[in-house]
Ligand binder design. Structure first.
Ligand SMILES: [Zn+2]
Length: 370
């Protein structure tokens, strides 16, 4: 199969097109249905397929980019969807929609996500970003593929052996989505049957007038959380940092990102790392980002104790306004490229009916009364 070329993923640094193990992924998915043991073996093989050494290096992007904000005309919305204990963030731009993570694998979480996307009239995603292969981030991915047309998928090349991950890989491979992999350890895939685009930290791409820069993962993750795809979005002069679940434990991905990007991390909004855990929100990271708004996605009464009191103290000390899905439900911010404002969610439900449907019913009903 010939290599595909990225259209919307406009590459401005460090991109290399190469082939990837779609065939191996299909074998993983098929084997998973037959035998868990074979499935694990195949996942390992898939990992090996993803880990073919090559030489050429994949370096993080420059840390010194001081340019005037792009002039923009329109708005961008960031929806932190209440999916319980997990992440699912919808980014709506003039150029289409991006979904960052898909919530947890529980039925409640999947239902919440699908209902929200439906109520928001999202049927097509320009990008689906799966930050890392944990169930509270990829749990609803299969449902998303069932209900939306996904044009492009962005994920790291870090693999997992869970059934949720295998099902997710199967859904990706069976879709028509273009695949983009963030390389974590200078590996690349060589399989004639598959096409993927290999990126590394430093990659820049656009969706409408919103610009995204991939900041991580940089090095080989020793834990799934440190495989998180970290991105900073800018729209005009507005900015938000999406951190996934990256931590300073294990291989200290936070330390690597701080060392590589430092002051470039400063952002208006921080998607607080790992649901507010202490290992994902060091004083150094919060100081570098210096957010005015901090968004935390976590489940009400979750057993992990998220968010951690130390994280909340650090964010308050930094002067950030803290908002949490466990206390407030879904949270939506909109920017015109100058300032962020909190707005109501389109996916407001009353007796199980979304606001849009209620309005459609209310207007003719009112006309009939008069
Ligand atoms: Zn998580």
């Amino acid at each position: 199969m010939a290599q595909k070329k990225s259209n919307a993923g406009r590459s401005r640094s460090g991109s290399r097109n190469t082939t990837a193990a779609r065939k191996a992924g299909r074998q993983v998915a098929r084997a998973a249905r037959r035998s868990p043991v074979i499935a694990v073996v195949c996942v390992v093989l898939f990992a090996i397929a993803l880990a073919v050494w090559y030489f050429g290096g994949c370096m993080p992007g420059s840390t010194t980019t001081t340019t005037a904000p792009k002039v923009v005309d329109g708005t961008v919305e960031v929806h932190m969807i209440d999916v319980g204990q997990g992440d699912a963030i919808l980014v709506r731009t003039g150029g289409g929609d991006m979904l960052i993570d898909t919530g947890d694998r529980t039925n409640d979480s999947k239902t919440a996500l699908v209902n929200y996307l439906s109520a928001s009239h999202v049927t097509e995603l320009e990008w689906l970003v799966l930050t890392h292969p944990d169930a509270d981030h990829i749990g609803g991915a299969v449902k998303v593929f069932e209900t939306c047309t996904v044009k492009r998928v962005l994920l790291s090349d870090h693999v997992n052996t869970s059934q949720t991950y295998i099902n997710t890989i199967e859904a990706i491979l069976e879709s028509e989505a273009e695949v983009f992999l963030i390389e974590t350890d200078d590996h690349r895939v060589t399989n004639e049957d598959v096409t993927a685009t290999i990126w590394c930290a430093g990659q820049v791409f656009s969706l409408g007038d919103a610009d995204f820069k991939v900041l991580g993962p940089i090095n080989t993750p020793t834990i799934n959380n440190n495989a998180s795809v970290v991105m900073r979005m800018t729209y005009g002069a507005s900015s938000i940092l999406f951190t996934g679940d990256m931590e300073d434990e294990g291989n200290n991905e936070i330390g690597d990102v701080l060392a590589a990007y430092g002051s470039e991390l400063r952002s208006d909004i921080l998607k607080v790392g790992h649901h507010g855990s202490v290992n994902a929100n060091s004083a150094a990271l919060i100081d570098a980002v210096s957010p005015t708004i901090a968004l935390i996605s976590c489940g009400e009464g979750n057993s992990y104790g998220h968010p951690h009191s130390q994280t909340l103290t650090l964010l308050e000390a930094a002067g950030a306004e803290i908002h949490r899905t466990d206390l407030e439900g879904s949270i939506v911010y909109r920017t015109n490229g100058t300032a962020w404002t909190r707005v109501g969610s389109d996916a407001v439900y009353l007796w199980g009916i979304d606001r849009h449907t209620l309005l459609c019913a209310w207007v003719p009903a009112r006309a009939w009364v008069y």
